[in-house]
Design a protein around this ligand. Structure first.
Ligand code: VGL
Ligand code: ZN
Length: 204
């Protein structure tokens, strides 16, 4: 059984959004085309309280892009994004959300960020995505979405650690590249840890 994991296909990550991922909108048609080919489709949704600790606006002396320590963990500071119940946090219009079997929200605790769809950044709290997939007999997960160098990367790496055969749909991902080369390095790291790369055309 195969699951498609759609990572953070939300307005704030689209061009013009609060944390725009260059060309992020290009992956929406890929998601729509792929969904009918999977046994299960799950989506992650970045879902922050307005005072989230990853927001640069929470600190008088910091800007987006700065790195701080948040409760003992390194944390990059971001513009305010994906605030719960705002348009920015909503799934992109045109994305066929009727095909989602379930949505997993993350980043809801202001004290810790959550890039992976499975766990927070300290691996303390699970979203229960792992159990959800296992209970349904999923052995293979296919990951795509935004952003390659953050939420896609950590979702795929956790999937490998949890024992899923993990596939990255390359043309279904776009990244932030805060430092040039971040996306390329993220893909290398994923491959080195056992993630298989493929194109959406190889799936369907
Ligand atoms: C993401 C930075 C902050 C992502 C979410 O979806 O990759 N990146 N929050
Ligand atoms: Zn976030």
């Amino acid at each position: 059984m195969k699951a498609l994991i759609l990572v953070d296909l939300q307005n704030d990550f689209m061009p013009g959004g609060a944390l725009a991922v260059p060309d992020g909108n290009a992956v929406i048609p890929v998601a729509n085309r792929l969904m009918p080919h999977f046994d299960l489709v799950v989506a992650t949704q970045d879902w922050h309280p307005a005072n989230h600790g990853s927001f640069a606006s929470q600190y008088a002396d910091h800007q987006p892009g700065d790195e701080i320590t948040l409760n003992g963990l390194p944390q990059i500071l971001w513009p305010d994004h994906c605030i719960q119940n705002t348009t920015g946090a909503a799934f992109v219009e045109g994305l066929d959300t009727s095909r989602f079997d379930r949505v997993f929200t993350k980043g809801t605790n202001r004290e810790i960020d959550s890039y992976s769809g499975f766990f927070d950044n300290a691996w303390r709290r699970s979203t229960e995505l792992d159990e959800f997939l296992r209970e349904r007999g999923i052995l293979d997960v296919f990951v795509m979405g935004l952003a390659t160098d953050y939420c896609v990367k950590f979702t795929a790496l956790d999937a490998v650690k949890l024992g899923f055969q993990t596939h990255l749909i390359s043309d279904g991902c776009r990244g932030v590249d805060l430092n040039p080369g971040d996306c390329r390095r993220a893909v290398h790291t994923m491959q080195a840890q056992g993630v298989h790369l493929l194109d959406s055309g190889d799936v369907a």
